[in-house]
Design a protein around this ligand. Structure first.
Ligand SMILES: Nc1ncnc2c1ncn2[C@@H]1O[C@H](COP(=O)(O)OP(=O)(O)OP(=O)(O)O)[C@@H](O)[C@H]1O
Ligand SMILES: [Mg+2]
Length: 365
């Protein structure tokens, strides 16, 4: 196993600058999710690490070895693609054993190892089948088995669940997490799904426009987003952002004044904050006209079964509020939105988080 390092990696495709200057370290044995919207450069970064593309500038290291100029096969990594890329004419057993065959492992050695990984992934009964005789989830397991059959320095996975239906995705998400914990392998997992990133990873690296926005443990990404982009990309529904102006007692938001303690207010002043950010679960609905709540009207009500999402129109923008499962309300009705200002964060005009939330129940130090 080994750590993985991108050092000032730049990638241009002609005039298109896809990776600006990527600096990223994945410590040994850690599971890193590379998260970002479509086209931000995730696959490009992974392909450079795998040796399938060369960087325009910069270096990549695997286990302290500079692999920038090495062939893919000399890098000691295993990659799982979105399209599992199984060999259709080979049996499941031969697909799994292929990386061993390439290395010249004996037939007996291959057989033992194939049996071992097939047992881990519970596909022992499928070994004689061809890929076309398998379901999507089974193919996915075969692709994983082929990746873990030898002990590579690092696993690279590029959206390995995106071809599966929603239910299977959910199951496989847990299975891959378990598998990676069991193998304790350095893993880079590319996804544009923030739930996958939060639930599976030890560390999340959020990218946008070829640049790293923040790298931190999932809870820290969620509770202390570095900027407006991370704040709104992570979380479902995303963080509410409203214009905010400073005043004597606190911050003016929509039609109300939000009291903010003097220390934070001073920090807000210094940073010249322009917006407030509030997670939907930190907001609650309140009777209209109550002191200290923002006044608005119901825009949409979405019952989710276990809770109700209430979209409230305020002056300055709409906010999503997570309300109880029994919430009843009618579109157009007046309603208040309440929250504890200690749970709010504030952004400056450059979109950076200038003042973080105070309360995080000790989740982040
Ligand atoms: N071989 C190539 N030639 C030219 N442009 C490319 C090439 N490969 C990727 N790009 C461009 O580079 C940018 C980043 O692509 P990349 O595949 O890395 O995105 P991604 O983050 O993996 O997106 P997705 O979530 O959609 O898979 C895109 O604008 C894409 O069009
Ligand atoms: Mg991609």
């Amino acid at each position: 196993m080994g750590s993985v390092v991108f050092k000032n990696v730049v990638k241009n495709f002609g005039a298109l600058n896809v990776l600006r200057s990527l600096d990223l370290t994945v410590p040994d044995h850690k599971f890193l999710a590379l998260l970002g919207p479509s086209g931000c450069g995730k696959t490009t970064a992974l392909r450079i690490l795998a040796g399938l593309d060369m960087p325009t500038a910069g270096k990549v290291f695997i286990g302290e070895r500079d692999v920038t100029r090495l062939q893919p096969r000399d890098r000691d990594i295993a990659m799982v693609f979105q399209s599992y890329a199984l060999y259709p004419q080979m049996t499941v057993a031969d697909n799994i054993g292929y990386p061993l065959w390439i290395r010249g492992t004996s037939e007996a050695g291959r057989k033992a190892k194939i049996g071992e990984v097939a047992a881990i992934l519970e596909i022992g009964h499928l070994l004689d089948r061809r890929p076309r005789q398998l379901s999507g989830g089974q193919r996915q397991r075969v692709a994983l088995a082929r990746a873990i059959v030898r002990d590579p320095a690092a696993f690279l996975m590029d959206e390995p669940l995106s071809n599966l239906d929603a239910r299977l995705r959910l199951t496989m998400r847990g299975e891959i997490k378990r598998l990676c914990q069991r193998l304790s392998a350095t893993t880079i997992y590319v996804t544009h799904d923030q739930v996958e990133a939060l639930t599976m990873a030890d560390l999340v690296a959020v990218m946008q426009g070829g640049e790293l926005q923040q790298m931190a443990p999932p809870i820290e990404i969620y509770d202390r987003p570095a900027n407006r982009f991370v704040a709104t990309f992570v979380g479902n529904p995303p963080m509410n952002i409203l214009p905010a102006a400073l005043c004597e007692q606190g911050v003016t938001v929509a039609t109300g004044i939000v009291p903010v303690d003097q220390t934070r207010l001073a920090a807000c002043r210094l940073a010249e904050i322009v917006e407030i950010g509030l997670r939907p679960e930190d907001c609650s609905v309140a009777p209209p006209g109550e002191a200290g709540v923002l006044q608005g009207e119901i825009y949409v009500v979405e019952p989710m079964g276990n809770e109700t999402l209430v979209n409230v129109r305020l002056e300055g923008g709409n906010v999503q509020v997570r309300a109880g499962r029994d919430f009843r309300g009618v579109v157009g009705e007046s309603i208040g939105v309440a929250f504890d200002p200690a749970n709010a964060c504030f952004f400056n005009s450059g979109g950076l988080t200038a003042v973080h939330r105070v309360n995080n129940n000790g989740r982040v130090k």
